[in-house]
Design a protein around this ligand. Structure first.
Ligand code: C2E
Ligand code: CA
Ligand code: CA
Length: 435
């Protein structure tokens, strides 16, 4: 069966894997190197949201044409995801050549794109993996390039190579990661970090978001953008979320500080929102570790709201237990506004892609303002995440945003460091006298 992408007329994922496999076999015979570049268009959803899907489609077609034109005759370009392109580079001389190709690709992807009167500046992130250096098969090579991409994004680099220390000939990398994830809790490799949330009105700390970290004994820190999706795919996420809820309530209820009761948010993936025992999981955790010092909250994404009435019923049960609901990454999904008012939420979080461009991109600023208005109309609080500087903070304050979270105030930190941060924050500033 043919699997060409209709929109771009490039090979789709299946053909791509077959072609990659063929190139690897050829290289195997000749002792050659094959490079795999995986490129993600950053904030592509934002283009769809702001300029419409027709524009998003034009952007993709434009990129596909350019990519196909830039490669050498034997290079292969494919579309392997919604906003993800792959390029196979057979017969590479060395790592430096892959690096050059990545840089060239980045320049190409960043060419401004004209749409009506607007010039859209695109940005991309690239992950690179090499056969035979990083993996010996097509699937593994793809997994390594995906990992490199997530790592580069996590570290805010434009491109990056897959880490060395490959396990060629042994288990596939992905499978290995999966196996290790299964044991991560038991080995004590998971921990929860906390990032403070500050109210813009009086700069009081009003809460923290709990974020999971995995420090693997062999690989070191594995980014959440890699292991959370993996946990979701492999079914480990339920156990991990249960562990997170208990750990977070236990740790935060013991903190000493004079900020009053803190809102404490735990991320819950959409798969679990419709799951029948989410309310029970929460109730058990609260019975064990609930305390007047914390106000528990779950962060769900818009995707959770698409799964229907069952999810809504669950959310209502959760609300009745006194656990509040926050809608995370708001504006990046396919929010159905008609559905929206039925959701028993108390907070919207503006995604950091909009926040980080608030001062430089009018479309992002408009979206942020719209979200703030929408939230207040429905009597919800608004949290802006990813606030990295004072100017953004001020802009958000003047736009009526309630709470901010971001590196400007603090990065996520371990429980004891966060407790100390809470004790120190605002001591020399204008903290209102504790009631
Ligand atoms: P998220 O829920 O949107 O979390 C916010 C992310 O933004 C965190 O990334 C945080 O470290 C990062 N961040 C905060 N302030 C700034 C800033 O000023 N600048 C920038 N550039 N980034 C900032 P992190 O910790 O890497 O987590 C990534 C994602 O992984 C989370 O996105 C969430 O979707 C998922 N995740 C993390 N912990 C958990 C968890 O315990 N359970 C579940 N289900 N998902 C989790
Ligand atoms: Ca979150
Ligand atoms: Ca978020």
């Amino acid at each position: 069966m043919d699997d060409r992408d209709e929109l771009t007329d490039l090979p789709g994922r299946r053909i791509f894997l077959r072609l990659l496999d063929e190139r690897i076999h050829e290289a195997e015979g000749q002792g050659g190197t094959v490079g795999l570049l995986l490129a993600d268009i950053d904030r592509f959803t934002q283009i769809n949201v702001t300029y419409g899907f027709a524009c998003g489609d034009r952007v993709l077609r434009h990129l596909a044409r350019q990519l196909a034109a830039v490669g050498r005759a034997r290079d292969i370009v494919a579309r392997v995801g919604d906003n993800r392109f792959a390029m196979i580079l057979p017969g590479l001389m060395n790592r430096g050549h892959a690096e050059l190709a990545a840089q060239k690709l980045l320049r190409l992807l960043e060419v401004p794109f004209e749409h009506d009167d607007a010039r859209l500046r695109l940005q991309a992130t690239i992950g690179v993996a090499l056969y035979p250096h990083h993996a010996s098969g097509a699937q593994d090579l793809l997994a390594r390039a995906e990992f490199a991409l997530a790592l580069a994004r996590h570290e805010d680099r434009r491109y990056g190579f897959a880490p060395d220390g490959s396990d060629i000939g042994s288990l596939s990398y992905q499978w290995d990661l999966e196996l290790e994830l299964a044991n991560a809790i038991d080995r004590g490799e998971l921990s929860m970090f906390y990032q403070p949330q500050v109210a813009l009105g009086d700069r009081r700390v009003v809460g923290v978001e709990a974020l999971m970290r995995w420090n693997n004994r062999n690989r070191g820190m594995v980014p959440p953008d890699v292991f959370i999706p993996l946990a979701e795919r492999t079914g480990h996420i339920r156990k991990m979320t249960l562990w997170a809820m208990n750990t977070v309530l236990r740790q935060t209820s013991q903190w000493r500080h004079d900020w009053g009761a803190l809102s404490v948010s735990v991320n819950v993936p959409s798969e679990l929102v419709a799951h029948s025992d989410l309310p029970d999981m929460l109730r058990n955790a609260l019975q064990l570790f609930g305390s007047d010092a914390i106000r528990p909250m779950i962060e769900i994404t818009e995707r959770s709201l698409m799964v229907g009435d069952r999810a809504l019923q669950q959310l209502h049960r959760i609300r009745e237990m006194g656990v509040r609901v926050s809608i995370d990454d708001f504006g990046t999904g396919y929010s159905c506004l008609a559905y929206f008012h039925k959701v028993p939420a108390s907070e919207l979080k503006i995604d950091k892609t909009f926040v980080s461009r608030l001062l430089t991109d009018t479309a992002s600023a408009d979206i942020a303002m719209l979200i703030i208005d929408l939230a207040h109309r429905f009597d919800l609080d608004v949290v802006a995440e990813g606030v990295e500087d004072e100017a953004t903070c001020e802009k958000l304050a003047s736009s009526g945003c309630d709470v901010v979270q971001g590196y400007f105030f603090a990065k996520p930190m371990p429980a004891d460091a966060c407790e100390q941060w809470l004790q120190a924050f605002g001591r020399v500033e204008t903290k209102p006298t504790a009631a």
